[in-house]
Design a protein around this ligand. Structure first.
Ligand code: 5AD
Length: 450
């Protein structure tokens, strides 16, 4: 009666939230199962960034309910962004749903499930849908639980929640609320705990990580709270690598650029959402930087770390994006030479300012622009990988590769996946691998015997 399966849609933040919910549930005696067929409870942790992500989760919920109707005690919950975005309206679409849990209420899931099970055990009828969507002060401090029985070579830490930026295309300010940060000490403590359990790499998560603590924590010697946090983490013995996602170009100041020069554990890979290469479109998106400023920031970072890896988010087909605007995006995208990118076709989100703009772009045009950027990305990515051939890379070994006997996979500091022949005991170690082959997504090499 207490087997829970959690399916996660969307970003790393959602993954981390699901992980924390799993751990809280384990602490209450629930078991977390890997297959939905084995579960008494299925929780969908959802994404609202694009229409398609919501449709997927709604489709899945409908399917689960139909398939599991045989078991009247089967429990289905929707958590996270879509729950927050759609609220009680979800009951119209999914009348049998048991739980609707907002983004500030993840920590309440164990209590809600306990209550449902108590009623069922007392032979009572299943309660009507539980809806828990309020804002809750301090909820950012509740995403801390990790499964420390299991060693995680690389771990996420949620340092803040919410977003105050109001990009005109984006639903996240509605789904995640205003920015709230965790104290530096608590984050450092969490990192220590992970490292004591064998974690070598941490990725700090937040909607806009570089606005971490801007209102709560004073600058010290021109250093922002986020850079102060990075400095503290860099001191942790046994921690090897630090990453973060995502920063906003706006608050990306010289102190953060210099952190790449000064903090050896900060990896030379950065996900820096550009969204568009046209200053006119950026303005309409309410992204407060220009094409030139973005270019300059990339240049500043490259002057500090010449072989920095860059990744980005782009939206094609934002309302009013002309051929010339897209050409500016295409051109800057190619010039910067991103090794990784998420390219999104603009998706209308009800309630956002861009949803009511004129000049919505036809689907076919979005698709065409999407394909153009994808093919540029493929070339840049392949070229960067091929340039690794012959070099020896420091690889943090994560685990067995998906294919191949004795094949293992890890990443270099630039976040490139590297496959090589190794052994179980190397998991969690930093090893030198000489690169021999490269494709668009993966590189292969051989362990260098020291
Ligand atoms: N349509 C398409 N892409 C979007 N994103 C956010 N909102 C939308 C939307 N309405 C993309 C942005 C953001 C990423 C997480 O999702 O590129 O950086």
């Amino acid at each position: 009666m207490n087997r829970v399966y959690i399916k996660t849609y969307g970003c790393q933040m959602n993954e981390r939230d699901s992980e924390a919910v799993s751990e809280m549930l384990r602490g209450r005696g629930y078991s977390i199962v890997q297959h939905e067929e084995d579960a008494d409870v299925v929780l969908l942790n959802t994404c609202s960034v694009r229409e398609q992500a919501e449709q997927k989760a709604i489709g899945k919920a409908g399917y689960l309910k139909r398939r599991l109707r045989k078991n009247p005690n089967f429990i289905l919950g929707v958590m996270g962004c879509m729950a927050q975005n759609r609220g009680v309206e979800l009951i119209d679409k999914l009348p049998d749903i048991d739980l609707i849990i907002g983004t500030q209420k993840f920590h309440q899931v164990p209590d809600h499930l306990d209550n449902i099970f108590k009623t069922l055990e007392g032979q009572g009828p299943k309660p009507s849908t539980i809806v828990d969507l309020e804002n809750e002060q301090g909820s950012q401090n509740t995403i801390v639980a990790h499964n420390l029985d299991k060693r995680k070579v690389s771990a996420f830490i949620s340092i803040m929640q919410g977003c105050n930026m109001n990009c005109t295309f984006c639903i996240v300010p509605k789904t995640r609320g205003r920015e709230r940060c965790r104290p530096i000490e608590s984050i450092v403590e969490e990192a220590h705990e992970l490292v004591e359990n064998g974690t070598k790499e941490i990725t700090l998560l937040g909607q806009i990580v570089n606005s971490y603590g801007r209102r709560e924590i004073p600058f010290i010697q021109g250093k922002s709270p986020f850079v102060q946090l990075l400095e503290r983490l860099n001191e942790i013995k046994g921690l090897e690598r630090i990453r973060f996602t995502s920063p906003h170009p706006r608050g990306f100041k010289q102190d953060l650029v210099e952190a790449y020069r000064d903090l050896p554990k900060l990896c030379e890979y950065i996900h820096l959402p550009m969204q568009s290469g046209s200053s006119k479109i950026l303005k309409k998106m309410n992204r407060p930087y220009s094409r030139e400023r973005f270019k300059q920031l990339v240049g500043d970072l490259r002057s500090v770390v010449p072989d920095m890896y860059f990744s980005t988010d782009i939206i094609v087909g934002f309302p009013g994006e002309t051929d010339q605007d897209f050409e500016l995006t295409r051109n800057l995208f190619e010039e910067i030479g991103f090794e990784m990118a998420f390219i999104f076709k603009y998706s209308t989100r009800t309630g956002t300012p861009a949803a009511i703009l004129e000049d919505q772009i036809p689907k076919e045009v979005k698709e065409e622009r999407n394909q153009i950027l994808l093919s540029i990305l493929e070339k840049a990515s392949l070229k960067r990988n091929q340039n690794l051939i012959g070099t020896t890379q420091e690889i943090l070994v994560e685990g067995p590769a998906r294919k191949g006997e004795n094949m293992f996979v890890g990443r270099n500091r630039g976040f490139r996946k590297v496959v090589f022949s190794g052994s179980e005991r190397l998991i969690g170690e930093l090893v030198p691998v000489k690169i021999e082959e490269a494709s668009v997504t993966t590189v292969r090499g051989s362990l260098v015997i020291q």
